[in-house]
Design a protein around this ligand. Structure first.
Ligand SMILES: [Zn+2]
Length: 55
């Protein structure tokens, strides 16, 4: 079932953007994380996708 509601797509895309990537080990961490869940470093950066990611 494809999602066709534009508002829903916007919500989904926003949520997909809300990730942190660990600079130390590259693990994805949930938004709001303060430490990496894999290596527990605090060296996190927000992940920025370009919207409309499928090329
Ligand atoms: Zn890490």
């Amino acid at each position: 079932m494809p999602i066709t509601d534009p508002e829903l797509i916007a919500i989904v895309q926003k949520r997909a953007l809300k990730k942190y990537v660990c600079r130390n080990c590259g693990a994805l961490n949930p938004w709001g994380a303060t430490k990496c869940r894999r290596c527990r470093s605090k060296n996190l950066r927000p992940k920025h996708y370009e919207l409309g990611g499928k090329r």
